[in-house]
Ligand binder design. Structure first.
Ligand SMILES: Cc1cc2nc3c(=O)[nH]c(=O)nc-3n(C[C@H](O)[C@H](O)[C@H](O)COP(=O)(O)OP(=O)(O)OC[C@H]3O[C@@H](n4cnc5c(N)ncnc54)[C@H](O)[C@@H]3O)c2cc1C
Length: 304
């Protein structure tokens, strides 16, 4: 007879306890995403060391448990019903940043902004235009974060991952299929990345950082609950522009509205729900399809 969810979850809880893993049951995902949306995760596990990660991945594999790896939660929309399974978040040992010469070695849980600032302080150039992209190195590598003409994958030397047998793999940049908002790595946890940057002039780099922060202040609804650009840009087009000319700026469904500043940003005004966000996404997609015969694809990851 198939086991009931309650029994499966109590088995998982016991195994997490046996390994002395740091976990919370029924954790609200709204507290871990920049949109501040999402119901509860059955298990939210914080992993500080490689040993803990290996043990957690063994629990996931043994129980065939659904899992999700969360970084800074800045590109995610979890459903209101939450996540039936294990949400895994790296911290501790995975937050380390070390710089030797122009080689920057970073744990997957390190904050991208901190990596940019430390690289700039060491007169290393390459990352400065990424300032203002929230989240972690793991999330940035996984989604090949970046701008129109520059993305993080182009600075990668190697990416280290752990698979569900606890094996560490190292991928050279050439073996990774970086593309628009994807790195192609699947069924593994990114644990570390090594980047090669160029030597530059510290003042110029810091000036670029400040100028790019200013640009974001004027062009994005900073300080609101959002997940950045919701839609990918269709080939040769700008999703924000298309949404804007359809008159969506300021339009809302329930507590979710289209930003007045940047039409590709949907904001949770505070009382929004994930269902309202999905409804607004579908409404925009439908109008774009009808008017421009284009199929918008979401850049944010929707997990429901
Ligand atoms: C105000 C704002 C501005 C933004 N501007 C930009 C921008 O200019 N360019 C841009 O590209 N993005 C932008 N974003 C989107 C987002 O910040 C990036 O996609 C960011 O890189 C996501 O990182 P994260 O750590 O928050 O990942 P999360 O949102 O937590 O996760 C994103 C994906 O990465 C996976 N993941 C995370 N960590 C790991 C890991 N260790 N191993 C395997 N998979 C992992 C997750 O499972 C998920 O599928 C913006 C977001 C906001 C809120």
């Amino acid at each position: 007879m198939a086991k009931r969810r309650g029994t499966i979850n109590s088995d998982i809880a016991n195994q997490l306890r046996e390994y002395a893993l740091d976990f919370i049951e029924n954790e609200p995902l709204s507290e871990h995403t920049t949109l501040c949306l999402g119901g509860n995760a059955d298990f939210f596990v914080k992993v500080k060391t490689y040993e803990e990660l290996k043990n957690l991945l063994a629990v996931i594999k043994r129980n065939n448990a659904p899992y999700f790896i969360i970084g800074g939660g800045s590109n995610l929309l979890f459903g209101d019903e939450g996540f039936r399974g294990i949400v895994l978040k790296l911290n501790g040992e995975f937050e380390k940043i070390s710089i030797f010469g122009n080689i920057v070695t970073v744990g997957a849980a390190a904050n991208l902004g901190s990596v940019i600032k430390q690289s700039a302080e060491q007169s290393l150039h390459g990352f400065e235009h990424f300032i203002g992209i929230p989240g972690t190195i793991g999330g940035a590598v996984f989604g090949n974060a970046g701008l129109e003409n520059s993305w993080i994958g182009s600075f990668v030397d190697t990416v280290e991952t752990m698979d569900f047998n606890g094996n560490i793999q190292k991928y050279a940049a050439n073996d990774i299929n970086f593309s628009y908002r994807s790195c192609g790595l699947k069924n593994c946890v990114i644990t570390k990345a090594v980047f090669i940057l160029k030597n530059g002039d510290k003042n110029d780099i810091l000036k670029t950082v400040s100028a790019d922060i200013e640009k974001r202040i004027f062009s994005q609804p900073l300080g609101t609950k959002n997940a950045g650009c919701v839609f990918k840009n269709p080939e040769g087009q700008n999703a924000g522009y298309l949404i804007d000319i359809l008159g969506f700026k300021g339009f809302g469904i329930g507590g979710i509205k289209v930003s007045e500043i940047h039409a590709n940003f949907l904001i949770n005004t505070g009382s929004g729900t994930a269902s309202e966000m999905i409804e607004l996404i579908e409404t925009i997609k439908e109008k774009v399809r009808e008017k421009f015969k284009l199929e918008l694809e979401t850049e944010i990851k929707i997990i429901k």
